[in-house]
Design a protein around this ligand. Structure first.
Ligand SMILES: NC(=O)c1ccc[n+]([C@@H]2O[C@H](COP(=O)([O-])OP(=O)(O)OC[C@H]3O[C@@H](n4cnc5c(N)ncnc54)[C@H](OP(=O)(O)O)[C@@H]3O)[C@@H](O)[C@H]2O)c1
Length: 280
């Protein structure tokens, strides 16, 4: 049996984190291809602006605001999408947060929030969506990871680990999803110019606009390969680095990023109030 690949005739495309950056551009790409696109993010106003902007496209965009880290509300959101707009044929788990963290300033709170959004935020949507797809006998899901999933970079102890989790999750689920006619893919984009990267250096190697990243994601969704990774030049370099012996890669990355000569920054204040003890 040929593994299912989503198409607009079969139902709705649902995208989390669709109000900004890559998700917003992908929502427009999907609506241009004729999909009805259900968009989820915490804030409703940016989704309303997107709906207005996409009014002339062949498909339409519908707003379903929700915090992906809220398990109950996510299940309710999926039920609302399927009740009001139609069955979810394609689900893109794209909402994500990048909370940079230097090793000398680690915080439990930053680790927890990163995993609540980037990992459990995906699980909260994936489990009920797949249950519903399974009942219909077909479905297509995409988890948005990152090139930072392949090995550790400075500041990405939480973010990179969360994206590595998504890659392993997708690999593990593919064995069973293939048998229940649910296509699972994982996307590992390189650097994309979006608000997510506002805390990093102004220019990063092979940085691309969100519209270009969305076009590549859309192409990858349609071609159906397991991993969608781009841009190719950066991907090849990093895949090669991922198989280097750890000491060589450590030297290379700390030299290329300038991390070797970075002064340590002990910026964290000592906890005083009871509420601050969560940040330990
Ligand atoms: N930019 C890059 O270079 C890059 C590279 C590789 C991978 N990625 C991944 O691509 C995805 C999209 O990133 P982006 O760069 O487009 O970021 P972005 O512009 O900051 O957009 C993030 C989106 O996620 C939503 N979001 C964040 N927290 C949420 C929550 N708790 N519940 C629901 N929605 C939430 C945001 O809306 P609200 O704030 O309104 O909730 C927004 O729509 C992320 O998973 C990111 O890790 C990005």
């Amino acid at each position: 049996m040929k593994l299912y690949r989503a198409s607009p005739q079969d139902g709705v495309a649902w995208i989390t984190g669709g109000s900004s950056g890559i998700g917003r551009a992908l929502a427009k790409e999907l609506a241009s291809a004729g999909y009805t696109v259900a968009v989820t993010a915490r804030e409703g106003d940016p989704i309303d602006m997107l709906i207005a902007e996409a009014a002339s496209l062949p498909g339409k965009i519908v707003s379903f605001p929700c915090d992906v880290s809220d398990e109950i509300r996510m299940a309710d959101t999926i039920a609302a999408i399927e009740g009001r707009v139609g069955p979810i044929a394609l689900a893109v788990f794209n909402a994500g947060a990048y909370i940079p963290m230097a090793g000398e300033n680690m915080s439990v709170r930053k680790f927890r929030r990163t995993f609540e959004v980037n990992v459990l935020g995906v699980v909260n949507g994936l489990v009920p969506t797949v249950r519903s797809m399974q009942a219909r006998g077909k479905g297509h899901v995409l988890l948005v990871g990152s090139i930072s999933a392949w090995f550790g970079w400075p500041t990405t102890a939480a973010y990179g680990a969360s994206k590595a989790s998504l890659n392993v999750m997708a690999q593990a689920l593919k064995y069973d999803f293939d048998k229940i006619n649910i296509r699972i893919q994982v996307a590992n984009p390189g650097f994309v110019d979006t608000p997510l990267l506002k805390q990093t250096a102004p220019s990063l190697p092979a940085m691309m606009p969100a519209g270009e990243a969305a076009r590549r994601l859309f192409k990858g969704i349609n071609s159906g390969g397991f991993e969608i990774a781009f841009p190719r030049r950066l991907v090849w370099g990093l895949k090669f680095a991922s198989i280097m012996p750890q000491p060589v890669r450590h030297w290379l990355i700390s030299t290329l990023t300038g991390w070797k000569s970075r002064p340590l920054s002990f910026g964290r204040k000592a906890p005083r109030k009871r509420t601050e003890t969560a940040d330990r």
